[in-house]
Design a binder for this molecule. Structure first.
Ligand code: HEC
Length: 170
């Protein structure tokens, strides 16, 4: 039997290290069957959608006023500052509480329902099922926080919170 030269042995060793490295990178630090791996892409895409479609503008207190920055603890917890118009006064809901009580199937129906202005419910109506589910999974991943937003006020009703006048003026 031929005894390998020092060079051949080094090449074999390097090849073995390379194979080991590839094996580790395929398996990943959590192993091939990470418990919540299948939803990770869905949650991160939901986060992306929520960020670019402006949900924080109304549903996260302070977000729009601070150039898109608000503490994560406040993300999507709703607002007690209302929007007043011909519809009365509406309050951006606490979405972190909303999603706790419903399944994905229920969310698909609920998210597409007509809402009072200025909620862009018609944009949610046009979203694909998968995009809406990704948003749902992302919001659920934040966990429950905050308190429910005040109930809407009917036109002409008494308003006991601050509100934004949402009608055209001249
Ligand atoms: C311009 C402000 C505004 C923006 C932007 C906005 N919302 Fe809303 N949203 C509201 C208001 C106000 C309500 C309450 C409507 C009502 O009383 O009928 C609401 C209600 C909702 C509800 C109903 C929740 C419940 O528990 O009743 C959902 C779901 C929702 N919004 C999701 C979203 C998502 C997702 C986005 C981002 C794509 C978004 N909203 C962007 C203002 C906004």
């Amino acid at each position: 039997m031929k005894i390998p030269s020092a060079t051949t042995a080094a090449v074999i060793t390097l090849a073995a290290i390379a194979v080991a490295a590839v094996t580790v990178s395929i398996a990943g630090p959590a192993g091939p069957a990470g418990s919540h791996a299948p939803q990770d892409g869905s949650i991160s895409h939901g986060r992306y959608l929520v960020t670019i479609t402006g949900c924080h503008d109304c549903h996260t207190p302070g977000h729009a006023q601070n150039g898109g920055h608000a503490p994560p603890a406040n993300w999507l917890t709703g607002s007690a500052v209302g929007f007043q118009g011909p519809w009365g006064v509406s309050y951006p809901a606490n979405l972190r509480l909303t999603v706790q009580s419903m399944t994905e199937a229920q969310w698909l129906v609920y998210a597409r329902a007509e809402r009072r202005p200025p909620m862009p419910w018609f944009s949610l109506r046009e979203m694909s099922d998968q995009d809406l589910i990704d948003i749902y999974r992302y919001i659920r991943s934040l966990g429950p926080a905050g308190v429910p937003a005040p109930a809407p006020v009917v036109p002409g009703g008494k308003v006991s919170t601050p509100y934004i006048d949402f009608v055209p003026h001249n």
